[in-house]
Each structure stands twice: as structure tokens, then as C-alpha cells.
Design a protein around this ligand. Sequence first.
Ligand code: G3I
Length: 335
Amino acid sequence: MKRFLPAVVAVLVLVALAVVLRDGDRPPERHVPLGAAVSTRWLDSDARYRRVIARNFDSVTPENELKMAYTQPRRGRYDFGPADRVVDEARLRGKEVRGHTLVWHGQIPRWVTRGGLGKRALARVMREHIATVVRRYRGKVHEWDVVNEALEDFGGWRPSVWYRTLGPGYVEQAFQAAHAADPSARLYYNDNLGRDRAAKWLAIRRLVVYLKRQGVPIHGVGIQNHVTTASYPGREEMETNLRLLEKLGVDVQITEMDVTTSQGPSEDALGLQARAYRDAAEACAAVRACKRFTVWGVADQFSWRGGHERPLLFDSHYRRKPAYAPLREALGGSG
Ligand code: G3I
């Protein structure tokens, strides 16, 4: 028996070596955090809402509370009450916060849209707004949607008050202001895929190339993905396009996913919905630059798309729907 000992030891060493080498070749395990948009409307009034967020999501995005209409309803008069509520609750529960959004055509106060502000005045308003909001949450909010939906469905510039008054340079100015206010924050451009997805993917890439060439501090692109079971980007389309963005040197995220169910086949609508979520999650997990996956709401009854559409991961009784488990699995488990 003793005679064979060296041979047995040698074999064991070789096997161990093979295992180590094989593991070394494997990409390290990925876990993409799962986030949800949350709202103060229910944070305060519904303990189950708070519990479901605490147990099932890794990060939160205030659904409305950081938008300009909320944070600066009157010129120079800031109100951080609702945003603070979301940020404090998130931090209490150990969740990251996505800052959404600094510059958008929607939910801006009337004094901006109707104020007749000229180019210099509006540029100053924008810069001061960004500086004030980003500085307030420095160290608490580490990533921002600096500009949201600057492009239209078919790829042209959206004629928002920002674009009409400041020209396309407003995007660059907004990123510079955010960077100056918090140099360590990750700064995102966020947009939807519109009615012509191919045109929109291309337009978003062009914008990123342009901004990068100008030396603008942009670190990521958020893709919203508000879709239906009848039409959504499949895994291949999503993965290919996320990779193309990654190649431009930016991170990517799915920032606002929901999937309505009334337009597709009614049979197994929730199964189809699960597939749409899983496709996007698999694409994200396959792309190293994809840093987070956020769904736009918590439970169906509160969705901006209408409860009857059942677009989210939890039903109106806060039960996990068929989409939740495969989505988590695709993102690398946990939760
Ligand atoms: O603030 C009033 C409140 O005082 C009033 O009691 C209530 C009555 O309905 O309305 C409240 O305002 C609503 C607000 O959400 C807060 O609930 C607005 O009417 C409503 O239009 C607004 O909708 C939001 C929408 O953006 C505005 O365009 C949705 O909640 C929010 O989910 C949605 O989010 C956007 C993202 O920011 C950007 N991407 C698209 C996405 C969906 O539209």
C-alpha cells in the first residue's frame, strides 16, 4: 500500500490543481442589485409596502420626490421634505438610492415653463438647481439621472424648455454642474426606447459619443424599458445594445422597467410578463457594465400604468408574482 502512496498523492494534487485552474478561468459570480421606484404616498401610510421594499429590493429610486416640481416648487425655495423621507428610509434599511432626476421636461415647476426666462437666466437656474440638490445628498445619493429623455422617439432632440432656450449644450452643462457638485457621484443619461427602438438606440449612442468627445463627465446610460407583453426588446436586442454602449466606455442600467399585460395574449399573461422581465435581466447580467436593474414601482395597484395592467413584480396583496423568482435568479440570486 505504501508503495502507491506517492502516486495517490500526485493524483490528488493534480485533481486539486485542475479544479483551481478551472475556477480561475470562470468569470467571478455576478450579482446585479435589484431596485424599485418608491413613493412617499405609501411609505408613510402602508407598513406592508415598507416591509416588501425592505425584504425584496436592494436599492430605491424616489418615483417623483427628487423632480424639480417637488424640490424647487418656487424659485429659490427648495423643499426637500418628501425626498428626505425616501432617502432616510432607504438609508435606515441599508439600501442605495438612485437620484432621479435633475433635468427633465416633465414635472418642472410653472415658474420655469411659463416664466419667460432667457438663456442666461435659465442656464443659471439649471446650474443652481443641480448644485443645490446634488450637494444636499452628497454622500447619500451616489448616482444621478442628470438628464432624462432629452431625445424624442425617433432620435431627434426633444423641444423641451431646456433645449428651446439653451440649445443642445444644456446636456453638457448639466453634467458639468452635477460633477462639480459631487465629483464622486456616478452620472447617468436616462431615456426610454420609444416607438422606433432601433432609431432610439442609435440616437442614445450618438449622444454618448458626442458627450464623451467633449470630455463631459458621463458615467452611465439608464434604459427605462416601460414595455408590454405584446412588444418588448428580447434578450438578444437588449444584450447587443447594452454591449454597444459598454464599448463606448459607460456603465449601463435598466432603470424603470414595468410590463403591462392587457395588450398581449390574455392566456398566461403573467408567464409572458415573467419572460419579458427575465429577458431584460439576463441581458443585463451578461454585460459586465450593467450595474443595476430597477423596476418602476413595487406593487401593481400603485403603478403609474394602472393597477389593472398588473405591470410589476408584486400583486395588489403584495404577493410575489411569477416574474420575481426568475428575475432574481437571472440577476445572480439573493433576495
Ligand atoms: O402631486 C399630486 C398630488 O398632490 C395629487 O394628490 C395627485 C392626484 O392624482 O397627483 C399628484 O401628482 C401626480 C404625481 O405623479 C405624483 O403621484 C401626477 O398627477 C402624475 O402625473 C405623476 O405621474 C408621474 C409621472 O412620471 C409624471 O410624468 C408618475 O408617478 C411617475 O411614475 C412617472 O415617472 C416617469 C419617470 O420619472 C421618467 N420616465 C417615465 C416615467 C413614467 O412616466
